[in-house]
Design a protein around this ligand. Structure first.
Ligand code: SAM
Length: 216
């Protein structure tokens, strides 16, 4: 498949899967129009990269469905000057999207092979403002806190406590919370000493494994 074939599939993805389902943040839509999702999937899956579903990326993990990536990103309401923390680098696709919409992204991945592959992709695509860390992201990444936005891309039994301490004033935390088989997307917002929660769509993510997540 040529780059222009991928580009046509990408445009169709944006119109049919995202705009039609209510994604309306123009910065998010425009970033997704130019981000080559086919560069973040396994070679044998490149032809399916723009389909309306998650795909396997190895190590038992997945790259999320485009709509879910767009929805979670839109919920963070990024304007361009934020420092963002992402938990669960996976393929790096969501990370690259955040990097194009914010000032700096710190992304934590527990599987080292996935973190390394994602780093190679950021280098190849010349994305300079991403820092990948290997470790248990359920503890957050206190070294670079506070963050104006925190995105967790794995399902947790509850929102991990350390993430609240690492959220800046006015900051947003988006996280799937629930059982291993299915979760509700939650958005938390810090207002002084209080944290306001909204429960949004049902989603199904692989588990967040770690000290403040699920046991291995
Ligand atoms: N956002 C990714 C993308 O665009 O490809 C998809 C992420 S995948 C659904 C979830 C990722 O979270 C997996 O790569 C998994 O290894 C990682 N993960 C699970 N528990 C973690 C933890 N405690 N810390 C960091 N990463 C974790």
């Amino acid at each position: 498949m040529s780059e222009s074939d991928f580009s046509a599939l990408r445009e169709r993805m944006v119109v049919e899967q995202l705009e039609r389902r209510g994604i309306d943040d123009q910065r998010v839509l425009s970033a997704l129009r130019s981000l080559p999702r086919h560069a973040f999937v396994l070679d044998e899956d490149r032809a399916f990269a723009y389909e309306d579903r998650p795909l396997s990326i190895g190590a038992g993990q997945t790259i999320s469905q485009p709509y879910v990536v767009a929805l979670m990103t839109q919920l963070l309401a990024l304007e361009g000057n934020e420092t963002v923390l992402e938990i669960g680098t996976g393929s790096g696709y969501q990370t690259a999207l955040l990097a194009s919409l914010a000032n700096e992204v710190h992304s934590v991945e527990r599987v080292e092979t996935l973190a390394n592959t994602a780093k190679e992709r950021f280098d190849a695509l010349e994305i300079p403002n991403v820092h990948v860390h290997v470790g248990d992201g359920s503890r957050g990444w206190p070294e670079e806190a506070p963050y104006e936005a925190i995105l967790v891309t794995a399902g947790a039994p509850r929102a991990p406590k350390p993430l609240f301490a690492q959220l800046a004033e006015g900051g947003r935390l988006v996280i799937p919370v629930g059982r291993k088989g299915g979760q509700i997307l939650q958005r938390w917002r810090r207002e002084g000493k209080t944290f306001k929660r909204e429960d949004l769509s049902p989603v199904a993510f692989v588990p967040l494994i770690g000290r403040h997540g699920w046991d291995r």
